[in-house]
Design a binder for this molecule. Sequence first.
Ligand SMILES: [Zn+2]
Length: 143
Amino acid sequence: MDNGLRIIKNLTNIIKHDNVAMEGKLICDCGNTHFEVHHSGKRTRGILAPYLVKNDKQILILAKCPRCGKVITVLDSGLDGHAGCVTDKTTQLFCLKNGECQFEIRLMYNYLEQNFETNLFEDCFIEIKSSCFKKSRSLYEGW
Ligand SMILES: [Zn+2]
């Protein structure tokens, strides 16, 4: 069974850390690296915590490419990590208060060593970056 990281084909600039962590930047098949985020989670204000948390123990995070229309499943709690839940596919657009809703997306995965580079990660950290803030901010942490 091929249990490689599901999203690997849409990651670029991949960095690996000691067989226990891996990170990369999301890239569309068309080469674009700015995405709309659609999600089924609950929204927080993002202060000292990620912007999104699970809704009823599940979350679906999609990245939609505004250039070619492709939708990339960034994280699906029914498919990725420890999986096991059925994910509600109803999503909403993620926007900041100032109306900004296109972001660069950086993904980081933590692993137990025996599962390195598979889709069975322990935690996923998703960061977003936009022209309106200097540092990346946490969109979601977990699996
Ligand atoms: Zn695209």
